[in-house]
Design a protein around this ligand. Sequence first.
Ligand code: Q9C
Ligand code: ZN
Length: 280
Amino acid sequence: MKTRIVFSEKCLGYGSWHIEGPNRVKAAFDALRDKGYEVVEPLPATEEDLLKVHDAEYLWNLKKGLVEDPDTPAYDNIYEYARLSAGGAILAAKTLGFSLMRPPGHHAGKAGAALGASTRGFCYLNNVAVAVKALAKPTLILDIDGHHGNGTEEIFLGSEYVYYVSLHRYPHYPGTGVTSSMNCFNYPLPADCGERRYLKTLEDALRMVETHTFEIVAVSAGFDTYKGDLASLGLTEQSYREIGRKIANLGRPAFFVLEGGYNGVKNGACIHELLSGYEG
Ligand code: Q9C
Ligand code: ZN
């Protein structure tokens, strides 16, 4: 069965001057629609959904437009945009789809910037964390964005029912994810390490968690590991097809939530390869 794309064009309404801008999602959406993917529209996550992840005070300040940092502007109505993106992740979890929404989420911790990071790295609400908490099932979160998901790690560190596995560039923003602890398994990789080393590392990482029990895989699907992108590890379209195959080999249902990836056309191609590899 072909994975459905979760998308609302409402997510294109802010930040056209920013690198985390609408075209990175719009161009990807157009490419995937042309390839025949079915599309479903999300509803915003509820406050109850968000409170399972974030502090009430952070949510209040976000809603009032009071939280800003050099990477992550206090756009008008950003709380509503972020709530819809989190709702996209929930719908992807419920339908085993791919949420092609923005803003991204994995740098957002319980109360904003996480684990000592200087900024929220274009993130407001931790979409994948909201979805995982809404499902409330034993989950493996596989974070293939090229930056460490410091927010996701902060939220789930020590959790009994979630495993977090991240492959990311290091040294690089946000500077976390150097070592593994408890249920969080980190694999820092040097800039432009290339597909061979990446896929070998992914295989090692997934072998580590094999023995643990999880019912579903939540993929923090960032594409800034693509060659030349913001956290390049030198990957190509083909690399994402291989990553998709490895996710399928875990033998569990999976859903996908967009994180980074700053070239819309490339994002579309890489998402198609990832899902094609996954679907086999
Ligand atoms: N201000 C994601 O890919 N760069 N976020 C900071 C120094 C921040 C990336 C540079 C990169 C954030 C979702
Ligand atoms: Zn990233």
